[in-house]
Design a protein around this ligand. Structure first.
Ligand SMILES: Cc1cc2nc3c(=O)[nH]c(=O)nc-3n(C[C@H](O)[C@H](O)[C@H](O)COP(=O)(O)OP(=O)(O)OC[C@H]3O[C@@H](n4cnc5c(N)ncnc54)[C@H](O)[C@@H]3O)c2cc1C
Length: 461
């Protein structure tokens, strides 16, 4: 039976390993750290589970069927509240429901919410008059939105959604990679606004909030259940933590993996599930071209600060689970989740209020150079300006995620195609992870399954 090595024990690596194991392969999963899960980590603060990284995933087919295959599907729960505010001009303003990439189907709704000025709303409504559709290669999110909808929609609606979700800057963000749906609308319709409205009428584009799910008790349960399922099927030795891979090289009919501090390991196939800059180093020997392209996919660092405020000390606006902050506001804070409202099952028993604050915009974010106490103090001040709590937090914890969010620059899909072409000579090796075709957990899961299938096909007699 062929042995496939999976490099990286985040959700992508675990999913790839599970797909390979289910197909009957021998698998060895190699994780550099002493814990699995990568950026998925559930902490326990003030007696309740609180996420240090992602807190939910969109209910895509691949991730739901993955949960089903490990017996977790019945234990998936949805947020109790879902809806976003934007912190703009010193006030929290409700984001109209059903925006696509921040583009309002009806600019007048954004005007009523105080998110656009009358001039800005008029300019956005005039999108129907701007010549279209979009032709040619990939463009930046900023170029498209500014040309079609004007500066206000870009600064006040699109930027906060993109900064909050991806720690990115819109001026060099690939439209194709950031939102294939909007790119498709821009290319298939003379007007994006009319395209969104038509999509709504036909039911193709939902105006409802996206269905998010998370395992009851925390995201880390997904990691634990996957690891347990793998060990149950293949034995305890199939997962090695504390095993950083430094190099993958080819040998006749397979690969040799060098492990830091350990002897090399031979495998018939390899799935590399690492952030791109790390994959670049590991694959340098195998393909200089692939390595160079991987190196040029930047990853932004982020930090998540969790605060627990005393009961009844923050008057959180209704019908929302948090707020996003436009870059133009000049704040360190990019987004905040009202965690104990969003996930009431994880609220402290005494009614304490849990807030999660996100920092990190692509490039060098000066706030990230502060030490943990300095960063927590800065965020506490900014949360104070937004939410006016009547008491200070009784607990604060900062978690840093270095080089954790890939930035899809203009031309990203073509770069991914070049990486895959450069590795075509090694059909038994595949890449998967947040760097390529979407950084959400459902994208990582779907990509891991495709990568596992590719290696299995190449190994088939
Ligand atoms: C703060 C934050 C919040 C997020 N929120 C959401 C959310 O709410 N919903 C959502 O869908 N997505 C969210 N995402 C995105 C999503 O969580 C990630 O894109 C996804 O989990 C990445 O998984 P991965 O396995 O590809 O990478 P990682 O989780 O980065 O795992 C890679 C693993 O490889 C290991 N490794 C590195 N180098 C080596 C080596 N040389 N040898 C062996 N192992 C190595 C690392 O230690 C790590 O465990 C969030 C991301 C962040 C950072």
């Amino acid at each position: 039976m062929p042995t496939v090595a999976v490099v990286g024990g985040g959700v992508t690596g675990l999913t790839a390993a599970w797909a390979l194991a289910q197909a009957g392969s021998e698998v060895i999963l190699l994780e550099a750290r002493d814990r699995l899960g990568g950026v998925i980590r559930t902490d326990h603060l003030d007696g309740v589970p609180v996420e240090a990284g992602p807190d939910a995933f969109l209910a895509g087919d691949a991730v739901v069927s993955l949960c089903s295959s490990v017996g977790l599907k019945e234990d998936l729960i949805s947020p109790d509240v879902f809806g976003a505010y934007i912190w703009s001009g010193g006030r929290l303003r409700r984001l109209p429901p059903g925006v696509v990439l921040g583009l309002p189907a009806w600019p007048v709704q954004a005007l009523r919410a105080g998110l656009l000025s009358p001039t800005g709303a008029l300019r956005a409504a005039a999108e129907v008059l701007v010549p279209g559709p979009l032709k040619g290669g990939d463009v930046s999110v900023e170029a498209l939105v500014r040309r079609r909808f004007g500066r206000e929609v870009l600064d006040r609606l699109v930027d906060p959604l993109m900064a909050g979700r991806r720690a990115g800057h819109t001026d060099d963000m690939s439209l194709q990679a950031a939102d294939a749906k909007v790119d498709g609308l821009a290319r298939s319709h003379r007007s994006i606004l009319l395209g969104i409205r038509r999509g709504r009428r036909s039911g193709e584009l939902s105006g409802e909030p996206p269905p998010f799910l998370a395992p009851r008790g925390g995201m880390e349960r997904l990691v634990d259940v996957l690891a347990r399922s793998l060990r149950g099927r293949l034995g305890p030795g199939c997962i090695r933590t504390g095993a950083p891979v430094t190099r993958v090289s080819s040998r006749r009919e397979g690969f040799t993996l060098d492990l830091q501090g350990n002897g090399p390991l031979d495998a018939d196939g390899v799935v590399v599930c690492l952030p791109a800059p790390r994959a670049a180093r590991v694959l340098l020997n195998l393909s200089g071209d692939a390595s160079r392209e991987l190196e040029s996919i930047p990853f932004a660092s982020t930090a998540v600060a969790t605060f627990v405020y005393p009961p009844a000390s923050c008057a959180l606006p209704p019908h929302g689970s948090g707020f996003l902050v436009p870059s133009s506001e000049g704040r360190a804070l990019a987004a905040c989740t009202w965690y104990s409202v969003k996930w009431s099952a994880s609220a402290p028993a005494d009614g304490g209020i849990v807030l999660r604050a996100f920092v990190g915009r692509a490039g060098i974010d000066p706030a990230l150079s502060l030490d943990d106490d300095g960063l927590a103090a800065l965020l506490e001040r900014e949360l104070g300006d937004a939410l006016r709590p009547t008491a200070p937090p009784r607990l604060a914890q900062v978690t840093r995620w270095e080089d954790s969010l890939p930035q899809y620059r203009v031309g990203h899909p073509a770069r991914v195609a070049r990486i895959e072409r450069a590795l075509e000579g090694h059909p038994r090796l595949a890449l998967a992870g947040a760097a390529y075709r979407g950084s959400g957990i459902p994208d990582c899961v779907a990509g891991a399954e495709v990568a596992a299938r590719r290696v299995l096909d190449a190994l088939a007699p």
